[in-house]
Design a protein around this ligand. Structure first.
Ligand code: UDP
Ligand code: UDP
Length: 288
C-alpha cells in the first residue's frame, strides 16, 4: 500500500523468520523492542498488537503479561498522544469472560473471574481498553478498539498451544488430538486474512467504539477435533484430557456492528482456513 512500516517485537512468541521476506525493503524497519519500555519513533498510525494470546504462554509469566497490557498500552497511548497518531488496540473476546450472553455483542460487559488463571490476560486487556478511552476523553487521542475472536493461520508458532495449531500439528505427526474437558465447549474460529482486513478497515474508519471481529461459525471442540482428524489424518485418535480452570463454555461473536459500521464480514470459511494452515505446517514439518 506504499506505507513505511516499523515493526517492534520482543520475539517472546514470534519469530524473525515470519517477517524475513520484508527485511531489506526500503519501506520496512524491524526493531527488537519490548512495549513495556517507552518507544520514541515518528508515526501516524499504530497497530498495538502486543501480548501473548495463548493460555500456556500468557500464564507462563502472568505479571509480565499484565505489564505488557498495562504499561505497554500506556506507552503506545503516550506515543499516539505525542505524535498525534491514530491507535488501534488489539483487544479480545476474553473481555467477555465466560459469557452469560450468547452470541456476544459489544454492549455486553462480560463475566470475568478477576483472580483466576486467565485474569492476567483478560483483566490486562480490560484495563487496556479503559486506558484507551480515557486517553481519548482526556487527551483527544484517536482510538480504535478491535475485539478479536479466536484466530489462526499460516506463520503461527507450531508450539503456540492453542487448539487449532495443536490439533493440526498433532494430526500431522500422527499423535492423539488432545481434547480438553470432554469437548462440549464451543469456539468460533476465524482465518487470519479476515482479521487483517477487519483491522485495516476499522483503523481507517471513523468509528471509535469497540468492534467484534470474528467468524460466527461455531463448533464444539469435540466436533472440531473430528473435522481436523478427518481432513488431516483419519487414522489419528482423540484423547480426553482435563478441562483447564475458568475455560469459557461458549463463545460466538455478534458481528452486526462490524457489518454496519465498517462494512466488514468474514470471506473465508473456517475449513478453507484450516486447509491453508495445514499446508503451512506441512511446509515447516522438518522444523517441527
Ligand atoms: N511515551 C513513549 N513514546 C512517546 C511518548 C510517550 O513511549 O513518544 C511513553 C512515556 O514514556 C510515558 C507514557 O508513554 O511513560 C505515557 O505518556 P504520557 O504522555 O501519557 O504520560 P507522561 O509522560 O505524562 O507520564
Ligand atoms: N483446547 C483443547 N485442546 C487443546 C487446546 C485447547 O481442547 O489442545 C480447548 C480449550 O480448553 C478451549 C478451546 O479448546 O476450550 C480453545 O482453546 P484455545 O487455547 O485455543 O483458546 P481460548 O481458550 O483462549 O479461546
Amino acid at each position: 500500500m506504499g506505507h513505511f512500516v516499523i515493526v517492534a517485537d520482543n520475539f517472546f512468541t514470534g519469530f524473525k523468520r515470519n517477517v524475513q521476506h520484508w527485511i531489506g525493503h526500503p519501506n520496512f524497519e524491524l526493531i527488537r523492542h519490548d512495549v513495556v519500555d517507552p518507544l520514541m519513533v515518528e508515526v501516524d498510525q499504530i497497530y498495538h498488537l502486543a501480548c501473548p494470546a495463548s493460555p500456556p504462554h500468557y500464564q507462563h509469566n502472568p505479571v509480565k503479561t499484565i505489564k505488557t497490557s498495562m504499561m505497554g498500552t500506556i506507552n503506545m497511548l503516550g506515543l499516539a498522544k505525542r505524535t498525534k497518531a491514530r491507535i488501534l488496540l488489539a483487544s479480545t473476546s476474553e473481555i467477555y469472560g465466560d459469557p452469560e450472553e450468547h452470541p456476544q455483542k459489544e454492549t455486553y460487559w462480560g463475566h470475568v473471574n478477576p483472580i483466576g488463571i486467565r485474569a492476567c490476560y483478560d483483566e490486562g486487556k480490560r484495563i487496556a481498553e479503559t486506558l484507551a478511552y480515557e486517553y481519548q476523553r482526556k487527551d483527544k487521542v484517536e482510538v480504535r478498539v478491535v475485539r478479536i475472536f479466536n484466530t489462526f493461520g499460516p506463520r503461527m508458532n507450531p508450539e503456540d498451544g492453542r487448539v487449532v495449531s495443536n490439533f493440526i500439528v498433532q494430526a500431522l505427526k500422527g499423535e492423539q488430538l488432545t481434547v480438553y474437558g470432554g469437548g462440549k465447549q464451543t469456539r468460533s474460529f476465524q482465518y487470519v486474512h479476515d482479521l487483517i482486513d477487519g483491522m485495516i478497515k476499522l483503523m481507517n474508519s471513523e468509528y471509535s467504539q469497540p468492534v467484534n471481529v470474528g467468524n460466527p461459525e461455531e463448533y464444539t471442540i469435540g466436533q472440531f477435533a473430528e473435522a481436523i482428524r478427518d481432513l488431516v489424518n483419519p487414522k489419528a485418535t482423540i484423547a480426553d484430557l482435563p478441562m483447564p480452570k475458568d475455560d469459557p463454555q461458549r463463545r460466538k461473536p455478534d458481528i452486526t456492528r462490524a457489518k454496519t459500521e465498517i462494512g466488514w464480514e468474514p470471506r473465508f470459511s473456517v475449513m478453507q482456513g484450516v486447509e491453508e494452515t495445514v499446508e503451512y505446517f506441512k511446509s515447516i514439518v522438518d522444523i517441527l
